[in-house]
Design a protein around this ligand. Structure first.
Ligand code: HEM
Length: 152
C-alpha cells in the first residue's frame, strides 16, 4: 500500500469575469531543483501535448514550430523563476497580455491548457519539493486567468 506524504493540491481556480488575482512568481528554487534542462523538457512535453490537444488550433500547426514555441516558452519560465533572462534576450520584453491578444483565449481554453500542464508536471512529482511544485502551480493557475481575453 502506498501512503503518500504529498500535500500537493493542483486545484484550478474558477474564473470570475473581471477578477485578476495577484500573481506571485514561482520559487526560484523550483528552477534550481529541476535545472534548465528540466524546464526545457517540461515545456517540450507540454507543447507536444498541446500539439494534439482540443485547443491545438490556437497554436502553430507544425511539430517543428511547436518545438520552437515550447523553447520560447521555456525561455520565459526560466526567466520568471529567476534564471537567465533568455526570453528578454531572444524575444524582448514579455508583455504577455499583448502577445496573447491575437489568440482567443476563453475560460474553457484556459482549463484545457491547465489540465495539460498538470499532466506535463507529473513526472517531476517526487523529484522536486512539494513546496516548490506548489508554488509553480500557483503561478500558472493564477497567471493563466490573466491571459483570458474573450468569453467565447
Ligand atoms: C501562466 C500563463 C501563461 C504563460 C506564462 C504563457 C506564456 C507564453 C509564452 C512565453 C509565449 C511565447 C510568446 C512569444 O514567444 O512571443 C506564449 C505564447 C502563446 N500562448 Fe501562452 N502563456 C500562458 C497562458 C496561456 C493560455 C491559458 C493559453 C491558451 C489557452 C495560451 C496560449 C498561447 C498561444 C496560442 C501562444 C502563441 C503560440 C506560441 O508561441 O506558443 N497561453 N505563452
Amino acid at each position: 500500500m502506498h501512503f503518500s506524504q504529498s500535500s500537493l493540491t493542483f486545484n484550478i481556480l474558477p474564473y470570475q469575469e473581471g477578477v485578476k488575482p495577484p500573481v506571485i512568481k514561482p520559487n526560484p528554487t523550483f528552477l534550481k531543483e529541476i535545472g534548465e534542462k528540466g524546464m526545457r523538457d517540461l515545456l517540450d512535453r507540454f507543447y507536444m501535448s498541446l500539439y494534439t490537444s482540443t485547443i491545438k488550433d490556437l497554436f502553430p500547426q507544425s511539430e517543428e514550430e511547436m518545438k520552437t514555441a515550447g523553447q520560447n516558452s521555456a525561455d520565459f519560465f526560466i526567466q520568471i523563476c529567476g534564471g537567465t533572462p533568455y526570453f528578454n534576450q531572444n524575444r524582448g520584453a514579455p508583455q504577455m497580455g499583448r502577445r496573447h491578444a491575437p489568440f482567443a483565449i476563453t475560460p474553457e481554453a484556459r482549463l484545457h491548457w491547465l489540465v495539460l500542464f498538470d499532466e506535463a508536471l507529473q513526472p517531476l512529482i517526487g523529484k522536486v519539493s512539494d513546496e516548490n511544485m506548489q508554488s509553480f502551480w500557483d503561478y500558472i493557475n493564477v497567471f493563466s486567468i490573466w491571459m483570458i481575453n474573450t468569453r467565447a
